[in-house]
Design a protein around this ligand. Structure first.
Ligand SMILES: Cc1cc2nc3c(=O)[nH]c(=O)nc-3n(C[C@H](O)[C@H](O)[C@H](O)COP(=O)(O)O)c2cc1C
Length: 133
């Protein structure tokens, strides 16, 4: 079980941090998309509000593997993990739906759930690329 350090969770919960998700299709073709609504469910799990299903959804369902970054200023973190499911009801979905409505004025179709498997620093400096968990 990999647990995100506190500072990593804080960054993923920070609305003003930039966040991206990288995925790949079955042929290895890569895709990266900005997804701002990532937040922490627990130390091992991230969720995001999904409004515009596209290549990210197709790739997550096809290959499961994702890499997510969250960064602000010159501090950033990278998660590698596995797609678990898209929730369309329940408390996590309700929380994401509310956030997407409030912040983006849009309607989330689902909440994507990611299980964290590796955590890295991507901050420029001596810890760049360092594995944190
Ligand atoms: C700053 C920014 C934040 C975004 N946040 C979200 C988000 O939280 N949820 C979402 O569904 N789309 C979000 N988008 C839109 C997706 O990135 C967009 O739909 C993109 O085309 C993904 O498509 P793809 O999966 O086909 O690559 C955001 C876009 C930008 C520019």
């Amino acid at each position: 079980m990999v647990k995100m350090p506190e500072e990593v969770m804080d960054m993923f919960n920070e609305w003003d941090a930039s966040k991206t998700i990288a995925t790949a299709d079955a042929e290895g073709k890569l895709n990266v998309a900005p997804i701002k609504t990532f937040s922490v469910v627990d130390e091992e799990t991230l969720a995001f509000g999904y409004v515009f299903p596209g290549k990210t959804k197709d790739n997550m369902e096809a290959t499961k593997k994702v890499a997510v970054t969250a960064f602000k200023g010159s501090t950033g973190y990278q998660i590698k993990g596995s797609f678990q499911e898209f929730l369309i009801s329940g408390p996590i979905f309700d929380q994401k739906k509310e956030q997407v409505k409030e912040k983006l004025k849009l309607d989330a179709k689902s909440a994507g759930i990611i299980k964290v498997e590796e955590v890295y620093s991507v901050s420029p400096g001596p810890d760049a690329g360092k594995k944190l968990a």
